[in-house]
Ligand binder design. Structure first.
Ligand code: SAM
Length: 219
């Protein structure tokens, strides 16, 4: 669904994903000289927001293991005149970088899809410099029961229909709803961060916990 990906994000979230991504990048306290790796970066929304914060001494890599998504991202960023980004087709579970390489690693709406989350978190941890941080923006668990019921109804009944209308693939959007329910909730993900070795781990709920921003630091 790579060619419909951006349109579907806007439609299904009523544009809210733009706000979530902006907040996630603002919370990441990025400095001009940072070396940043955006993992599962897809069509490059997060990379695009970060690119204006990175100066001469910094480095920014947009990565994804799906070539089509990465190419969509690359074309989109180049078309917007952004030329301080490198591109890498890589699997989050096997990062091909030296230990202690990055000040910040970002993963937006990607971690949920990783088959081996623990291995990916370990690989990310190793690639971070000491004091470097990981920011994960991901769907999570709504905190209010009534809100949760409405959200379930929307996810399982409405989203696949919209998905089918636009992309002719209701399956992908059924997968989306199911993968969100299977993903660790806020506290479980925080515990996974801590088990990997991250310190000062915390999360912020957005939209009653539909989405959460997790952060953790390398010692
Ligand atoms: N970060 C972008 C955003 O927020 O719009 C894209 C998120 S998209 C929902 C999920 C992305 O994760 C897809 O582009 C997919 O190719 C990528 N992905 C899934 N598993 C991956 C893995 N093991 N390694 C790298 N990328 C992966």
């Amino acid at each position: 669904v790579s060619e419909y990906y951006d349109l579907m994000n806007d439609l299904l979230s009523f544009g809210a994903h733009r706000l979530w991504k902006r907040l996630a990048v603002e919370l990441s306290s990025i400095r001009e000289d940072f070396k940043v790796l955006d993992i599962a970066g897809g069509t490059g929304d997060i990379t695009k927001l970060i690119s204006s914060k990175i100066g001469e001494g910094g480095q920014l890599i947009l990565s994804d293991f799906n070539k089509k998504m990465l190419l969509e991202g690359r074309n989109r960023l180049l078309d917007s005149g952004i030329n301080n980004v490198s591109y890498a087709q890589i699997n989050a579970q096997y990062l091909p970088f030296n230990d202690d390489s990055f000040d910040l690693v970002t993963v937006a709406f990607g971690l949920r899809n990783f088959a081996e989350k623990e291995i990916a978190l370990e690989s990310i941890y190793n690639s971070l410099k000491p004091k470097g941080s990981l920011m994960v923006l991901e769907f999570s668990k709504p905190q209010n029961e009534v809100f949760k019921e409405l959200y379930d109804l929307y996810s399982f009944e409405v989203m696949p229909i919209i998905g089918n209308l636009i992309t002719k693939s209701s399956e992908s959007y059924r997968y989306l709803a199911e993968s969100i329910r299977m993903h660790p909730d806020q506290d479980e993900l925080k515990a996974l961060f801590e088990e990997t070795g991250f310190t000062n781990c915390s999360y912020e709920n957005l939209f009653n916990g539909i989405v959460a921003i997790h952060r953790g630091f390398k010692e």
